[in-house]
Design a protein around this ligand. Structure first.
Ligand SMILES: Nc1nc2c(ncn2[C@@H]2O[C@H](COP(=O)(O)OP(=O)(O)OP(=O)(O)O)[C@@H](O)[C@H]2O)c(=O)[nH]1
Ligand SMILES: [Mg+2]
Length: 217
């Protein structure tokens, strides 16, 4: 079998799946919403963040992972998450929901303030173990995504692409967009060499992502 570059993460084995299940069956509580770097909680545990264009499905994915429908706000209005939102997952992990990028409709000074915060966070958080960069399965990687991927390369933050809203496209479209994504990722040294295909709506890829988060060290 030829192995494609950037294959999908294989289905987890039983033991890893159990680790993911256990972690996410435990407590997950909102800690705080942050609007300045100074207000970040103490860097005392591993964290993973969810980055992506406005409306790509970051908050919905956190809700699906934690099995709580409205833990992270999800809405139809792009640009809804305007702060860096911290959730404590058990005693040893933070899940971090980020404001979306690439949203042009909000007032310019406000957008610029979020973007500065987002970039400061992505480039400067020592305990950030992995950035999940969400890409809409209908659209693939766009130039606004490239900006963030370049920043992650420069900051040496490992990022893993998570395809979202897979339920909205056919299998053939999924494959075509995956091809585009794989091509784009070749240029990014900080890219983790596996992708995850998800649908928060249908639960696709959620166990896999739970396992990934649970087994990070
Ligand atoms: N069909 C489908 N819709 C989804 C999925 N994930 C998210 N959505 C919808 O996409 C819209 C945006 O979702 P959010 O989770 O709020 O997106 P976000 O990335 O947090 O957006 P911002 O906070 O504005 O950056 C909502 O209407 C969700 O219901 C999915 O897997 N399938
Ligand atoms: Mg959001």
């Amino acid at each position: 079998m030829t192995s494609l570059p950037f294959p999908l993460t294989p289905e987890p084995d039983e033991a890893s799946r159990e680790a993911g299940r256990l972690l996410f069956a435990g407590a997950c509580d909102f800690v705080k919403g942050v609007t300045t770097m100074e207000a970040l909680p103490p860097a005392d545990r591993i964290e993973v963040c969810f980055a992506g264009r406005s409306n790509v499905g970051k908050s919905s994915l956190i809700n699906a992972l934690t099995g709580r429908k409205a833990l992270a706000r999800a809405s139809n209005t792009p640009g809804r998450t305007q702060e860096i939102n911290y959730f404590a997952l058990g005693p040893s992990r933070y899940l971090v929901d980020l404001p979306g990028y690439g949203y042009a409709e909000a007032p310019k000074p406000i957008v610029e303030r979020w973007q500065r915060l987002l970039k400061g966070y992505l480039a400067g958080r020592q305990t950030l173990r992995r950035a999940f960069v969400l890409i809409d399965t209908r659209h693939g990687i766009k130039s606004v995504d490239e900006e963030i991927l370049n920043l992650l390369d420069r900051s040496a933050v490992t990022f893993q692409v998570v395809m979202t809203k897979a339920d909205k496209v056919s299998q053939a479209e999924r494959e075509a967009v995956l091809g585009q994504v794989r091509g784009a990722l070749k240029k990014h040294p900080a890219a983790y060499p596996e992708l995850v295909m998800t649908s928060s709506e249908k639960g696709l890829g959620i166990e896999t992502l739970r396992t990934i988060i649970a087994t990070l060290t």
